[in-house]
Design a protein. Structure first.
Length: 415
């Protein structure tokens, strides 16, 4: 299934319901603590809540990810008696459209989550709305009413997805499942793992870099052993071209190896990657993941990346954006990217202007940091000429403001 839209209400930073479209390249911008990361990580929470591995409607910790210590941590203003709503529109692999939305209540005295409302619509236009009809969650947890017919039924949920309905409803079969959506997405968080001086060979082939990027070195070592270093060569060329001219390589010592940068004029001179700048280490998993997916075709249909430019010199932000332009254009990958980089977005606009990328493939969302506005998310479309149809006042104008302040200070000094 492919995520087409996201919807959320009373969720973390967002009080009112917000609906956003996910295009092949979706970019989130905004100030700190506005809610960009909340949106970026929502597909992960949804995928788990719709899987057969979910133990509660919202498992707050899974696969090394943590969404909060308690249910109150995911509720707007930490008001646990209010329902949290999340949902998505999907395109299935057989061309069908599917829309779901669920609201979850929390009973603090029992530490219990209950699906208050579940809405399902499909291409056949046969909606199903299940409303919790109970009062006591301990005695009536599974008591629901079908809104379209008024019929009461017994429903067992797995996560936020109805697992069994008695009596069964023709719009949803017993054992209905969204599959394992988590297998169709990759996620790289904003804090990638610091490199080590020495790594053991993994002993098995890894399939991705992990959300902290910890598997990137092992993925390169596997590649050198099994694919004659095709991924390593591509990553090395990228490092050499955009990050100082020194290619990346593996230095093997028996059953262990190190990642090193080699002097282009004297390959015997090498520097362990643990001794280079933080930007090199932080960008490594991103570049490895992208080239691995390009060369092997082994990737999900959506990649989520937070702050790909972290600790990286602005001169490399554009080439980094080009990695995702290529993913969208050539591999059909969908990317959801949260960034603070003006240069990253400028490169996307440039690629639309030079017709490398279609304008309809990209959408930018400005996430406001004021919850009292009519909407906290402003959609920005990029026109075919690379211009934007809207731009929020004051965004990325800090450098201009600083120059103006310098000029004013200089005038005062001359008086």
């Amino acid at each position: 299934m492919i995520f087409k839209r996201l919807a959320f209400e009373n969720y973390k930073a967002f009080r009112k319901r917000e609906d956003i479209e996910l295009r092949p390249l979706t970019i989130l911008i905004g100030r700190n603590n506005a809610g960009k990361s909340v949106i970026a990580r929502l597909p992960l929470l949804l995928a788990h809540s719709l899987s057969d591995r979910a133990e509660s409607p919202f498992d707050l910790e899974f696969s090394g990810l943590n969404f909060g210590a308690s249910f109150a941590d995911i509720v707007h203003n930490r008001t646990p008696h209010r329902a949290v709503g999340v949902g998505a529109d999907f395109a299935t692999h057989d061309g069908q459209n599917l829309k779901i939305f669920a609201k979850v209540l929390y009973f603090d005295e029992y530490k219990l989550q209950v699906v208050q409302r579940f809405e399902l619509k499909n291409s056949d236009n046969r909606p199903l709305t299940l409303c919790w009809a109970g009062e006591d969650p301990l005695e009536e947890m599974h008591r629901y009413r079908v809104e379209e017919t008024g019929i009461e039924c017994r429903v067992i949920f797995r996560g936020i997805c109805p697992y069994k309905i008695s009596p069964s409803d023709r719009r949803i079969s017993s054992g209905f499942s969204f599959g394992n959506l988590s297998n169709e997405m990759t996620y790289l968080g904003p804090f990638r793992e610091e490199p080590r001086r020495v790594y053991p060979f993994s002993g098995s082939f890894v399939r991705g870099v992990d959300f902290r990027g910890k598997n990137a070195p092992q993925l390169l070592s596997d590649d050198k052993l099994s694919r004659k270093g095709k991924v390593l060569s591509a990553v090395s060329d990228w490092f050499s071209e955009y990050l100082g001219g020194w290619p990346l390589d593996l230095s093997v010592q028996g059953d262990y190896f190190s990642l090193v940068l080699r002097n282009p004029k004297n390959s015997s001179v090498e520097v362990n990657i643990a001794d280079v700048g933080a930007g090199i280490a932080q960008v490594l998993p991103i570049v490895v993941q992208r080239h691995f997916a390009d060369i092997t075709g082994d990737s999900g249909n959506i990649e989520i990346i937070e702050q790909p430019e972290l600790h990286l010199h602005p001169g490399a932000h554009g080439p980094l954006a080009d990695l995702y332009v290529k993913a969208v254009k050539e591999a059909g990958i969908r990317c959801l990217i949260e960034t603070h980089s003006e240069n990253f977005l400028l490169r996307i606009r440039r690629r639309i202007a030079d017709k490398t990328l279609e304008s309809d493939d990209v959408v930018v969302y400005w996430v406001k940091d004021k919850s009292d506005s009519k909407t906290q998310i402003q959609q920005i479309n990029i026109e075919p000429n690379g211009e934007v149809d809207y731009w929020p006042k004051g965004v990325w104008s800090e450098d201009f403001d600083e120059v103006r302040a310098i000029r004013r200070a200089q005038k005062r000094r001359r008086r």
